[in-house]
Write a protein that binds this ligand. Structure first.
Ligand SMILES: Nc1nc2c(c(=O)[nH]1)N[C@H]1C(S)=C(S)[C@@H](COP(=O)(O)O)O[C@H]1N2
Ligand SMILES: [Mo]
Length: 208
């Protein structure tokens, strides 16, 4: 029996945390939080940081660190599944919901279907369907389990999309680009799945 943590009051509950079996096929539980990335952390300073919401939104917008932090915050309680086969349960993330950010950009245009998330680490990218991105439990997080994110885990702000494998949750987030056609990101160009549902083990292959 694992020692389950309870969601904090007021948190948005990720639907997968309500399953009887919370560990997807082929995954094992970890209580530690491993660090995984392709190139390591970028050098960033708060004065240069910005978050761009662009592509197929009505009013493309860029937030400075100060502007981003003035936005309303949410907490999300969710599980985190890495394609290298570890799953970390009961994470509380705090930050700005993706829906809020897209609303500030005037909403998506009718032809919008996909998203590419851009990292500050050398143009690292990942792609995902808009339907799984624009949901209540997806956010741009600055805190994890009550503490500011460390640099290795994506500080100052990272994307968290609980319904897909963790590689879709871009660390050191620089921008969100809304598109009408799917466009493979860094790992996707290297054979990882365009969608990445952990429950059906969409690890590799493009699904087309
Ligand atoms: N910008 C960026 N985001 C990234 C990565 C990366 O290399 N660069 N790696 C991804 C992968 S493969 C995983 S499993 C998770 C790991 O997050 P963690 O290091 O906080 O556990 O971040 C994802 N986000
Ligand atoms: Mo990963």
């Amino acid at each position: 029996m694992q020692d389950e943590k309870l969601p904090p009051p007021g948190a948005i509950i990720s639907p997968d945390t309500l399953r009887d079996n919370r560990i997807p096929p082929g995954q094992s539980l970890t209580v530690k939080w491993p660090v995984l990335d392709a190139f390591g952390p970028p050098r960033l300073n708060a004065a240069d940081w910005k978050l761009v919401i662009g592509g197929l939104v009505r009013h493309p917008i860029a937030f400075t660190w100060e502007e981003f932090n003035a936005l309303p915050k949410v907490k999300v309680f969710s599980d985190f599944h890495c394609v290298t086969r570890w799953s970390r349960l009961d994470n509380t993330w705090e930050g700005v919901s993706v829906k809020e950010l897209i609303e500030r950009a005037g909403g998506v245009k009718p032809e919008a279907r996909y998203v590419v998330a851009h990292g500050y680490d050398g143009g690292w990218t990942t792609n995902l369907p808009l339907d799984e991105f624009l949901v209540d439990d997806a956010l741009v997080a600055t805190h994890h389990d009550g503490e500011a994110l460390t640099l290795e885990h994506g500080a100052p702000a990272r994307l968290i999309v609980p319904r897909l494998y963790a590689w879709k949750s871009a660390k050191w987030l620089a921008g969100l680009e809304i598109l009408s056609e799917d466009k493979a990101g860094f790992w996707e160009r290297n054979g990882y799945h365009m969608h990445g549902d952990p429950w059906t083990e969409e690890r590799f292959g493009h699904g087309w």
